[in-house]
Design a protein around this ligand. Structure first.
Ligand SMILES: [Zn+2]
Ligand SMILES: [Zn+2]
Ligand SMILES: [Zn+2]
Length: 142
């Protein structure tokens, strides 16, 4: 079963109908290795669903986050969403601020644990933001 099929199953198990729009939003996220804003999701789907409202998209994205099939982060006050990818082990992300592409990073927690002898860290968040090599190359040829 693919990660996408698994996500659809999670939705069904929680009593959510996987209707056209909802399924398409999820599919788009699962077929892109990147973070997207609700606006970008709307742009990508408006050919298929010309009348789709930002509210509909946002509501569905919130549902996906609550079911943990989608992860969210925030950049410059804007919420960004991507398919949950922790299924293949705990890791972190480098996120390109130009194109949203993400790259997996190993967890750096052992580095911090060494600096907190006798402490118990309950949770952590770790993300790097910058420009990916493709975007940097594009910039050069502008
Ligand atoms: Zn990931
Ligand atoms: Zn990029
Ligand atoms: Zn970690």
């Amino acid at each position: 079963m693919t990660a996408f099929e698994q996500a659809v199953k999670t939705l069904k198990r929680n009593g959510y109908k996987t209707t056209g729009k909802r399924q398409r939003i999820l599919e788009l996220l699962y077929h892109s290795n990147k973070y997207m804003s609700a606006k970008e999701v709307q742009d990508r789907l408006k050919k298929m669903f010309p009348g789709i409202s930002p509210d509909t998209i946002y509501r569905n994205l919130r549902t996906f986050v609550s079911l943990k099939v989608v992860e969210e982060t925030e950049l410059n006050g804007e919420k960004l969403f991507r398919a949950t990818c922790d299924v293949h082990g705990h890791h972190h992300h480098f996120i390109c601020t130009s194109c949203g592409e993400t790259r997996e990073l190993d967890c750096p927690m052992s580095f911090f644990q060494d600096q907190l002898p006798g402490y118990d860290v309950h949770s952590h968040r770790f993300e790097l933001f910058g420009e990916c090599s493709k975007c940097l190359q594009k910039d050069q040829y502008k």
